[in-house]
Design a protein around this ligand. Structure first.
Ligand SMILES: [Zn+2]
Length: 97
């Protein structure tokens, strides 16, 4: 993830989630009759439940990226608003109090 709003905390959370998913996926594949049957017939196919669990991780990554984008855009807008505030404006009066 190279987006400038993707933070180190976002990356750390994704890495943790990904590590947990990988561990769970290996454990699942060893025990799941559907995965074992799919592998016999198709090679490295996954059952629907395993595929859906990966989609949840990928969906989380997209939502987290969108959330961090919104937070960063708000921060930049607030900073721009502060720079353009006229002396005596509400923001400046509050700051001076
Ligand atoms: Zn399975």
């Amino acid at each position: 993830m190279t987006a400038p709003w993707w933070t180190a905390a976002d990356q750390a959370e994704l890495e943790l989630l990904w590590a947990e998913w990988v561990d769970g996926a290996f454990e699942h594949r060893d025990r799941c009759a559907a995965c074992i049957a799919h592998e016999r017939v198709y090679g490295k196919q996954w059952c629907d439940a395993l595929r859906e669990s990966l989609e949840i991780v990928l969906d989380w990554r997209e939502r987290r990226s969108l959330y961090s984008y919104v937070v960063e855009m708000r921060r930049l807008q607030d900073l721009a608003d502060l720079k353009t505030e006229a002396p005596g404006s509400t923001a400046n009066r509050t700051e001076a109090a």
